[in-house]
Design a protein around this ligand. Structure first.
Ligand SMILES: Nc1ncnc2c1ncn2[C@@H]1O[C@H](COP(=O)(O)OP(=O)(O)O)[C@@H](O)[C@H]1O
Ligand SMILES: [Mg+2]
Length: 295
């Protein structure tokens, strides 16, 4: 089931798939418009908690199926950069992130990686290029080792341990009676939200994608868990292009570029300092949301 998130779903393999020899990870949106009207896939997206629309939001989304969720969006994230998406709830941040791994395809315009339209890219290459970490990480009913190896079947035990260490979950796993052989998932050992998320981070470390998409959706984790995750995420973002729906102050302060989205449009972009000086939407969001969270 994790494949739905990892691998484009209900999305056609291009007629002549492009398989770049190496990917640098430059992500660009060019004149992107997107409407949920008439597109399928809500179920598969919701199952993974990616987006977290409330029931009310869903009802209003259905009522206006032809409305544009994204309008003429343009932005570029250079290889290795950290880009933060910020904006009010319902602005279109989550929708934007769906378009990179082709959970949905654009209605108009294009999304490219290294200049290649994602719709032309070989699906396997695309799946290997883009890694996703969300708040609700799906784990199979299987051992922790199997869950981790899902990302890289040939990973050695030492590599599993190394990834788990980087993700700040190794000592927890090693403290379980069965260690990496502990069965988790639906009817398995009950992991906390923070533990699950750190296993998902270890999995993405093993996968080692050039482009990382991260939804930092506000969590109900305790401060200790939060800081373990924060540290793990900082490590995993290093050396790859990261597109982050940012809720943590530390992330937006660290971002190379911040894209401010409002009602489906890119309304401001720049660094924290530049945007604060503009005194626009970002500055007011910063004062009302981020400054208070100080995470
Ligand atoms: N699966 C969906 N089906 C229909 N409409 C949706 C779906 N997901 C989001 N929307 C609508 O698209 C718009 C942008 O939502 P979203 O990308 O989730 O915003 P954000 O992540 O910034 O809160 C909202 O109007 C929302 O109601
Ligand atoms: Mg969202």
């Amino acid at each position: 089931m994790f494949e739905v998130l990892d691998m484009p779903h209900d999305i056609a393999e291009p007629a002549t798939p492009v398989r770049p020899a190496a990917v640098r990870g430059r992500v660009q949106l060019e004149g992107v418009w997107f409407s949920y009207g008439g597109v399928a896939g809500l179920e598969s997206v919701r199952r993974y908690g990616w987006g977290g629309m409330t029931e009310g939001e869903e009802v209003s989304a259905r009522r206006d199926p032809a409305g544009w969720a994204l309008e003429d969006l343009d932005f570029t994230v250079e290889p290795g950069e950290l880009a933060a998406l910020v904006g009010p709830s319902g602005a279109g941040k989550t929708t934007t992130t769906y378009l990179v791994p082709r959970l949905y395809d654009v209605s108009r315009g294009k999304v490219t990686i290294d200049g290649i339209d994602v719709r032309d890219m070989d699906l396997e290459t695309l799946a290997a290029t883009v890694g996703v970490v969300t708040q609700e990480s799906y784990l199979f009913h299987d051992t922790i080792a199997a869950n981790l190896r899902y990302a890289r079947p040939d990973a050695s035990d030492a590599e599993l341990r190394e990834a788990a260490e980087t993700a700040n979950i190794a000592s927890f796993i090693e403290g379980l009676p069965l260690g990496y052989d502990t069965v988790v998932g639906e009817r398995g050992y009950r992991l906390s939200g923070g533990e699950k998320q750190r296993i998902a981070i270890a999995r993405v470390i093993l996968k080692d994608p050039k482009v990382l998409i991260l939804d930092e959706a506000t969590s109900h984790l305790d401060a200790h868990s939060e800081s373990l995750i924060q540290e793990a995420l900082e490590r995993v973002m290093e050396g790859r292009t990261s597109l982050v729906i940012a809720h943590r102050l530390s992330t937006i302060l660290a971002a190379d570029r911040i894209f401010v989205i409002d009602r489906g449009r890119l309304v401001e972009s720049g660094t924290h300092g530049e945007l604060m000086r503009q005194g626009g939407l970002y500055a007011s969001l910063y004062q009302t949301q981020f400054a208070a969270t100080a995470g």
